[in-house]
Write a protein that binds this ligand. Structure first.
Ligand SMILES: Nc1ncnc2c1ncn2[C@@H]1O[C@H](COP(=O)(O)OP(=O)(O)OP(=O)(O)O)[C@@H](O)[C@H]1O
Ligand SMILES: [Mg+2]
Length: 481
């Protein structure tokens, strides 16, 4: 016996779609139809509606009939790699979770076909009574003229927005607020499509005529990739894992902080960012493999999964939930351990590496098994050496001074400031002009060209001079004249 239409349709309204997840589900369909532009129109007064118009390849009469069916395609069917669908349900369940009347009109090869599910009509007839719209009915649908202007595409219209009106005294106002949340959601989940990352077709999304921006949660232009990309192979399919460390909060502009979700958001949104076919699915979770602590708050790990491992990840109908399979979890745990350690270092002691690299640092971080960690000023730093060499008698005094500085770092206050994301001026870096004049002074005390050349070669790898290779090069050139 086929399912009883009115009951099934009413029940599936409660799958639990949020407004933003429902709209994102429709945009998934537009992307699968190779759309380059999706226009959202929403209108809160009188006969309020939400319209989603795309310029994808559209559907013909037969295809649109199939598309309106519950279970239009089997979940086990193999899909094109760009197809973001899985269950053959989204168009219906996402839409009717928000409204009582769903109209879909599509244009392909100069033919326009329109269908409508009206829950009240289905309840009245007690049957799967899909309405076929005639010319006049088509013409009364909002934004049909925009679809007609295009060569091909699909227009989805939601009317009788009962779910959006529930519990709202001022619908117009609350609708506006909800649409703001939708915009932020779309800017985030489709950010790779909005920027037109290599290998995917760029997508423009307009909100009542205004183009939305991409919200990159990794701040790729500024962040550091903490480790090389790891490729995990599961059932012969590739899963890519790219860990990033965000810049310290004091280095972010207000706009960047906002983009990352503000102070609280930065902490809350640490963790994995799982993309299914480059569309963000889940984010800000460690899948219970690690605690969301302060020390890992700058770590974000991009995980790219293909669309043919959905069963392994137990993807849900709303595409807002998935769990990594055991074999992936094991590998992710290794990445987590390494990244958490790195993020901790960025957080507690930014930028200055431990002693094992080739740079001559200003500070050392020494770790002893029993006594914990010591921060020491590098006695071999050329500036320290030069002072002692120029004034041998001051050697003990210099040593005492350095030791006192080391012993009197205002650690507690620093900890509090860092935790409060205070901008710490000491860390804004040495200025170019300052480096230049310091070098001039130092070089003026040397007499031979050889001595100067040796000194310049040495400081090429010495903090803070090594951050200004151009200046060193200039001095070297002058010296060799
Ligand atoms: N905007 C669109 N342009 C062209 N075809 C569409 C569009 N929206 C839906 N379709 C067609 O309708 C079908 C049903 O869409 P629906 O969202 O219900 O299921 P799905 O995308 O296949 O799977 P899922 O339930 O996972 O979203 C799609 O497979 C596609 O063939
Ligand atoms: Mg779909």
């Amino acid at each position: 016996m086929p399912p009883f239409a009115p009951v099934l349709m009413e029940s599936t309204r409660a799958i639990g779609y949020s407004l933003e997840a429902a709209i994102a589900d429709l945009i998934d369909n537009s992307i699968a139809a190779k759309a380059g532009k999706v226009q959202l129109f929403f209108f809160p007064v009188d006969d309020a509606y939400v319209c989603i118009l795309d310029d994808g390849f559209g559907m013909d009469d037969t295809q649109i009939d199939r598309a309106m069916q519950y279970g239009s395609m089997s979940p086990s069917e193999v899909r094109e790699s760009s197809d973001l669908g899985r269950y053959g349900l989204g168009l219906k369940t996402a839409s009717l979770s928000q409204c009582r009347v769903l109209t879909v009109i599509s244009k392909q090869d100069n033919c326009i076909a329109g269908r409508q599910w009206n829950l009240d009509y289905v309840a009245k007839t007690g049957k799967w009574s899909l309405l076929i719209l005639d010319e006049d009915e088509l013409d009364s649908v909002p934004h049909i003229s925009d679809l007609k202007k295009q060569d091909h595409g699909t227009l989805v219209v939601w009317q009788k927005l009962d779910r959006l009106m529930i519990g709202e005294l001022d619908f117009e106002k609350s609708f506006g607020r909800k649409m703001d949340a939708v915009r932020s959601h779309l800017e985030l989940v489709f950010h790779r499509y909005l920027t037109g990352e290599q290998g995917i077709k760029k997508l423009e999304i307009d909100f009542n005529g205004v183009k939305i921006n991409a919200a990159d949660p990794f701040l790729l232009k500024k962040s550091t990739q903490a480790m090389d990309t790891e490729t995990l192979i599961v059932r012969e399919k590739k899963i890519l894992v790219k860990p990033y460390i965000l810049p310290h909060i004091s280095k972010l502009t207000d706009a960047e902080k906002e983009q990352l979700g503000g102070k609280e958001g930065i902490r809350k949104n640490q963790g994995f960012y799982v993309y299914r076919n480059k569309r963000l699915l889940i984010w800000g979770t460690w899948f219970r493999m690690m605690r969301q602590g302060d020390l890992s708050k700058l770590a974000r790990i991009m995980v790219d999964i293909p669309n043919d491992l959905d069963d392994l990840w137990t993807l849900d109908i709303k595409k807002s939930h998935a769990i990594p399979p055991a074999e992936v979890r094991q590998n992710l745990q290794v990445v987590i351990d390494r990244i958490a350690d790195k993020s901790k270092r960025t957080w507690t002691f930014r930028g200055k590496k431990e002693t094992s690299d080739s740079v001559e640092h200003m500070w050392f971080r020494l770790k002893t098994p029993n006594q914990g960690v010591t921060y020491e000023i590098n006695r071999d730093h050329p500036l320290v050496e030069q002072i002692v060499r120029a004034f041998p008698a001051t050697k003990t005094k210099v040593e005492t001074l350095l030791r006192y500085i080391e012993q009197n770092i205002p650690l507690n206050q620093l900890y509090v400031d860092l935790n409060n994301d205070e901008k710490i001026e000491n860390d804004s870096g040495v200025k170019e002009a300052d480096v230049k004049s310091t070098l001039e002074q130092l070089l003026s005390s040397m007499t031979s060209k050889i001595e100067k050349a040796e000194f310049l070669t040495q400081i090429e790898h010495t903090e803070p001079f090594c951050f200004f290779p151009e200046i060193i090069k200039q001095f070297m050139e002058e010296n060799s004249k």
